[in-house]
Design a protein around this ligand. Structure first.
Ligand SMILES: Cc1cc2nc3c(=O)[nH]c(=O)nc-3n(C[C@H](O)[C@H](O)[C@H](O)COP(=O)(O)OP(=O)(O)OC[C@H]3O[C@@H](n4cnc5c(N)ncnc54)[C@H](O)[C@@H]3O)c2cc1C
Length: 329
């Protein structure tokens, strides 16, 4: 399955204003996934002077092709779903920076200072952090150097590039097995490597890989390094008890060992749990007044699009209550 690159139709953002560092916004929403976009719609409908700062629109939704659990649709293309979110947000008059990372957030008195990666600082009376999650890296030699040149993190995006090639999939859960199935479908030979003993994916998924002729599985092995000059040529793995190493001659490595919350920008501001997720209560409040969290970056259980969208709505309504209570709006 060939998945085209998604490019946001910027005409969809025709109504949006540029961010202004001299304005005190009622609310700044950080992120551009379902949580942030839902928060933006709810904030705009409450007539808040709101700004959205995000690296992109769509977030993790764009890592898959079809969504089959978004209410009202048996199946909807992920890009179409994101485009409909963006179009909805665009109906409202708000400031949007859609290719901008937030580097840090501080609180001075009642005002939050949001510092972006280009060095600008924006001010707001309330903030919603909806920055989602990203793939956990393996952190072995060769990985960083060969990202996009054989090292990949998204089978939906990249599996077609490995048609009839040999590929390692690292991980033992559902994501790793789904990746293996996608690769087997395009005729790739798959070697699965799992750090711990056994395999953690659902039985049905495991079964599809176990019975494939061109799949090999090594549990209780770790990846030591990825080799290759300009692209991946091999992966060295090590049996964890005896320490025996073997070189797997492959052209690709898919890393599927979990996700990390994008919470670095607030690690000195709000309480995080051991996983780095922003701790929220059932109203999306954090331990810092006026600072709210929504979606996958938070402790909310069951990370899903519909849940993130619901959490975004809830966070915006809680932010509105906060602003009203303090007579900021
Ligand atoms: C491969 C895959 C398939 C999935 N399939 C499904 C499915 O079929 N159904 C389902 O319900 N869920 C699915 N999910 C889960 C779903 O995509 C997530 O639960 C959902 O996208 C989370 O939304 P979010 O808005 O909380 O975060 P995200 O979607 O992660 O969005 C985070 C946003 O924040 C931005 N951001 C991050 N850091 C910063 C920063 N410092 N400054 C500014 N912006 C920043 C990002 O650019 C992004 O726009 C899937 C996930 C993956 C990875």
């Amino acid at each position: 399955m060939d998945v085209p690159d998604f490019e946001l139709d910027t005409s969809l953002l025709g109504n949006s204003k540029t961010l202004d560092s001299t304005v005190y916004y009622d609310l700044v929403i950080v992120g551009g996934g379902p949580a942030a976009m839902s928060a933006a719609v709810y904030a705009a409908r409450k007539m808040l002077n709101c700004a959205v700062i995000t690296r992109d629109f769509g977030g993790q939704v764009l890592e898959t092709s079809e969504i089959e659990n978004w209410l009202g649709f048996q199946s909807i293309n992920a890009r179409d779903l994101v485009a409909s979110f963006v179009e909805h947000v665009n109906n409202f008059d708000m400031a949007v920076a859609s290719d901008m990372g937030v580097a840090g957030i501080e609180k001075e008195g009642d005002i939050f200072r949001i510092k972006t990666e280009d060095g600008n600082v924006y001010s707001a009376r309330a903030v919603i952090l909806a920055t989602g999650k990203r793939h956990r890296p393996l952190a072995v030699p060769g990985e960083k150097e060969l990202v996009g040149r054989g090292v990949a993190y998204c089978a939906t995006c990249d599996a077609p590039l490995f048609r009839d090639k040999e590929v390692v999939v690292v991980g033992g859960g559902n994501s790793a097995f789904t990746t293996a199935v996608d690769l087997l479908k395009v005729g790739a030979g798959v070697v699965m490597v799992n750090f711990i003993e056994g395999w953690q994916a659902d039985e049905a998924l495991q079964e599809r890989v176990h019975r494939a002729e061109n799949a090999k599985l090594f549990d209780y092995h770790q990846v030591v390094r990825i080799e290759g000059k300009t692209s991946v040529e091999g992966v060295v793995i090590q049996e964890r008890e005896k320490g025996e190493e073997k070189l797997l001659k492959v052209e690709g490595v898919f890393v599927e060992i979990g996700l990390l919350p994008n919470s670095e920008s607030v690690k000195n501001l709000v309480a995080l749990n051991d996983l780095g997720e922003v701790i929220i209560d059932c109203s999306c409040r954090t331990d810092v007044e006026g600072f709210f969290g929504a979606g996958d970056v938070t402790t909310v259980p069951h990370k899903q699009i519909i849940i993130s969208a619901g959490e975004g709505a809830k966070a915006a309504l809680s932010a509105y209550d906060y602003l009203m209570k303090h007579a900021f709006v």
